[in-house]
Unconditional design. Structure first.
Length: 271
């Protein structure tokens, strides 16, 4: 699907969660893929077919927004077929190379670097939270923000304390809220047509969840299991691991900020 002239969205496959979005952005001189899906043949063949129909432009990069397998899986084959360099934030290089089983990242970038496609400027924004090296990509001329899993088309993204950070995630949301964004191309789901409202709701949701956790602890729900049962009583079993990570990320943030204390027996108390 062509969102606007020169910006294509592909989401291949089905499942209980929307398949990962891959975006192909074309300027006057070059093109760029943003993320590469799981890497299944049907996916990569669709990306290559789109590239072929666009006239096989030289690729300025294959930008990976973060390390997770549903976003990096097709990078190796896409690079082999197109000659495009694999690009990610420097903090994601090692986990991406591990996830790609030895395929090397060609170039790591830092916050604020740009890619010029010819009339199309893509700004790479470091937005840690979902992972520590997550990137958003901002198409300056059209105000389109490609967010990876920092913002989803529907629902909220998972923050796992093993490779993410809830406090940094909230800061990242606050930062991208200041961009003049007309559309969001999320990592999963449909295009977001009201970016300001969407980001505001995500921030409010996180603060609301934090207040609820504090209230539950005050009322005697002092263990992780008690908190989980109170908050996620009706959650799909397939999402339990992700939700547990969310809860632990909130508790880690609150503990670092001095809102709660974790006791020797694993229970939590307010400070």
């Amino acid at each position: 699907m062509e969102i606007v002239p020169g910006v294509h969205q592909l989401a291949i496959g089905e499942g209980y969660f929307p398949p990962p979005n891959v975006f192909f952005v074309v300027g006057k001189n070059q093109g760029t893929f943003i993320d590469t899906g799981f890497g299944r043949d049907e996916e990569v063949n669709a990306y290559l077919d789109l590239w072929d129909r666009a006239g096989k432009p030289e690729l300025a990069g294959i930008v990976l927004t973060h390390r997770h397998g549903d976003h990096i899986g097709g990078a190796g084959r896409l690079r082999a077929e197109t000659g495009g360099e694999i690009v990610c934030h420097e903090d994601e290089r090692e986990p991406i190379e591990t996830g790609l089983d030895g395929i090397h990242v060609d170039r790591s970038v830092q916050d604020g670097e740009t890619i010029d496609l010819g009339g199309v400027t893509l700004e790479l924004i470091h937005t840690p939270g979902h992972t520590m090296g997550s990137l958003c990509v901002y198409y300056r001329e059209r105000g389109i923000l490609f967010t990876g899993d920092t913002v989803l088309g529907k629902g909220t993204t998972s923050i796992d304390p093993d490779h993410g950070d809830m406090a940094l995630y909230l800061k990242s949301l606050g930062r991208i809220a200041r961009y003049d964004t007309k559309l969001i191309g999320p990592g999963h789901g449909e295009i977001v047509h009201h970016p300001e409202e969407k980001i505001k709701l995500l921030i409010q949701h996180r603060h609301s969840r934090e207040r609820r956790i504090l209230g539950l602890i005050q009322n005697g729900h002092t263990t992780v299991d008690q908190l989980f049962a109170a908050i996620y009583a009706r959650l799909d079993l397939r999402l339990h691991n992700s939700a547990h990570g969310q809860l632990m990320s909130h508790l880690t943030k609150l503990e670092r900020e001095g809102g709660v204390s974790r006791n020797a027996d694993g229970t939590y108390t307010l400070i």
